[in-house]
Design a protein around this ligand. Structure first.
Ligand code: NAD
Length: 434
């Protein structure tokens, strides 16, 4: 499996180099795998998606934060392989699980974590360490992961092998804070496990933050994302009321942000998307309901407000067209941006896709411009176009949903048709803001 260098073809295992398996080569797993190669580990990137594995093996990255050149240099080092075969993970010192943890009908779906653990268990050997990074409810590492690993390996966690949890904080597209300079919370099921997990991440990131147990570490991630979810909901609700009160909420937020303490800036938008905010807080409320029997009211309220935002966007657009004595039915609406946040192609749970569907259902002719989003994830009734003068001129209304830097925003500044900007990116007399 291991080659000492590109093209040499000599299969050998270098002395003293530790092997890291990263299960799941997505937004979280691939950057971790690349960093582990960079600092000198031998890395197996395991992913069940064969088409992804083929692309990786060909040096083609599908994660924006990882340029093809980084992947190719990892492959050329001879210390990175991508594989869909679990057997190739044999002999690892560390295994890190970075697989999806979605909701299925509102309930945490840990089937990917379970299947990863089942695949790793028979390959576990004494002295190895397994770390879970996937976002999940407190208790998962100890109550779900450990029993599967013990049963499948015949070994005892804590005595024979080590287990821990370390929440991922990666923010795709963020150029200021990445895997290496963002402090990483680490934990273990006992002191030995914690020390092993810490020592691994000390070699990967600049600063680790140990906490007492996996349960606290699991809570950290949910606290961070619930905090964000609730605060986004707060400004979204404020934006809806401010509109009715005739107050410019953006100006108020900008001014409030000058307070150097006790305030943190959050901005309104067409709703929340991605893998985290629409999903993670519900992991926490599900566990609270299950274990404590009480509703987590903040999470439920935030879900309610944020889920409502695409409907609010459509309502504002409907009112604007109404003022022009037009109906949504038959209007040509141009959506600018479909990804859930700027400068990424990630459209998972994107509120922009919901806005598009709501408008289509009302009979609008919907066109959308997004240079990053794969058209195959967009409703086939949406016409994918470029954002240019001809498309702007053909539209009865333009709605800004994602403010990618790659768009030529000056086109909108000079556009003389109606624009509804949910991101406060453009100015002008004919522009209405959220
Ligand atoms: N994307 C983010 O910004 C982000 C940030 C922090 C935390 N997280 C969390 O990290 C976890 C992973 O998220 P992601 O965005 O990297 O997901 P992703 O969908 O980008 O990647 C996950 C990969 O795991 C693979 N996979 C699924 N089951 C597998 C299995 N049994 N064995 C091997 N591979 C398997 C999938 O094919 C996929 O390629 C989730 O729990 C998520 O909540 C994500």
């Amino acid at each position: 499996m291991w080659e000492t260098g590109a093209g040499q073809g000599e299969t050998t295992k270098e002395q003293g180099v530790q092997t890291v398996v990263v299960v799941g080569q997505g937004y979280v797993g691939l950057p971790l795998a690349m960093r582990a190669v960079e600092v000198g580990y031998r890395v197996v990137g395991h992913d069940l998606d064969e088409s992804r594995v083929k692309r990786l093996a060909a040096g083609e990255s599908y994660v924006e934060d990882i340029p093809d050149a980084t992947l190719r240099s990892a492959l050329a080092s001879g210390r990175y392989v991508a594989t869909s075969e679990a057997a190739e993970c044999e002999g690892f010192d560390y295994a890190v699980i970075t697989v999806p943890t979605p909701l299925k009908e509102g309930v945490p779906d840990l089937s990917f974590v379970e299947s990863s653990a089942r695949a790793l268990a028979p390959l576990l050997r004494p002295g190895a360490t397994v770390v879970l990074e996937s976002t999940t409810y407190p208790g998962t590492t100890r109550e779900l992961l450990v029993p599967i690993l013990e049963e499948g390996s015949g070994l005892l966690a804590g005595r024979d092998f080590m287990v821990g949890y370390s929440p991922e904080r990666i923010d795709p597209g963020n150029r200021r804070w990445g895997l290496v300079n963002t402090p990483k919370v680490v934990s273990g099921i006992d002191e030995r496990s914690k020390a092993s997990v810490k020592s691994f991440y000390d070699s990967i990131v600049e600063r680790t933050v140990p906490v007492s147990r996996p349960e606290e570490a699991e809570m950290v991630k949910l606290l961070e994302n619930t905090f964000r979810h609730v605060n986004v909901a707060l400004v979204n609700e404020l934006a809806m009321f401010a509109g009715d009160l005739g107050i410019d909420v953006w100006e108020a937020i900008d001014a409030a942000s000058t307070k150097p303490f006790g305030f943190m800036r959050f901005t309104p938008g067409p709703g929340v998307g991605g893998h985290c905010l629409p999903v993670d807080p519900s992991y926490l409320s599900w566990q609270v309901k299950r274990r404590v029997g009480a509703p987590f009211r903040f999470v439920e309220l935030a879900n309610d407000i944020n889920d409502h935002m695409p409907h609010y966007v459509v309502r504002r657009l409907t009112l604007a067209l109404n003022r022009q004595q037009r109906s949504v039915n038959g209007a040509r609406v141009l959506l600018i941006g479909l990804a859930y946040k700027p400068n990424t192609g990630d459209a998972r749970e994107s509120p922009a896709l919901t806005v598009a569907e709501l408008l289509l259902d009302l009979g609008a002719r919907v066109a959308a411009a997004d240079p990053y989003v794969d058209p195959s994830v967009v409703d086939a009734r949406v016409e994918m176009v470029e954002m240019d003068c001809a498309q702007l001129a053909a539209a009865d209304a333009v709605v800004v949903l994602t403010d990618h830097d790659a768009f030529d925003w000056s086109l909108l500044d000079s556009h003389d048709g109606y624009v509804f900007d949910t991101r406060f990116r453009v100015a002008g007399e004919r522009v209405e803001h959220l």
